[in-house]
Design a protein around this ligand. Sequence first.
Ligand code: ADP
Ligand code: MG
Length: 191
Amino acid sequence: MRLLLIGAPGSGKGTQAKRIAAHYHLTHISSGDLLRKEIAAGSDIGRTAGRYVEAGDLVPDNVVMDMLRGPVEEAGRGNGYILDGFPRTVAQAQAAYLVARSLDVAVQIALYLEVPREELLRRMHARAGAQGRADDTDEVMLHRLDVFDELTAPLLEYYARRETLLCVPGDRPVQEVTDTVIKEIDRVRAI
Ligand code: ADP
Ligand code: MG
């Protein structure tokens, strides 16, 4: 099974992706986690990506695509993947689809975790305290939410048109969100 999660920063993508991956034995591929690893290692990708991530801007498409191609192909040929945080724009989705389709590892289901803005800010504040992420400062948080609304939210229409979109309310306790996501996936898989 090949899934991807769409959600604003703080919507619970990372939290849910780990749980869904464990439930269906999928590989969890988080573009944010991979970028933070590259940045910490000081690699070429990390040095290019660092200033975008710190500012709350999107890292250029080709950098992210190059980083993800290998892991997505490998997991796609195995038991499947759940992508967390990619694609972030319609252009990325289109480019990724062309590559993935030619390898026969294209996404089958897109899941949207819908959470109101006040709750997103509350969670990002809590995460900033707990994890100290450089992009969880007030100014950058607000900017990331704007970037989501402007560039990433159009993905919802893109996947809805392809009839691969499932929407789940993310403003519920963690276990309840997981249960709903699994129920929705099993429902469409049974069709
Ligand atoms: P994302 O990867 O979408 O940015 P995270 O999984 O890092 O989101 O979650 C952001 C923050 O919100 C984390 O501190 C996490 O513990 C918390 N969180 C995630 N899901 C929920 C939930 N359903 N209810 C309350 N807090 C949550
Ligand atoms: Mg995340």
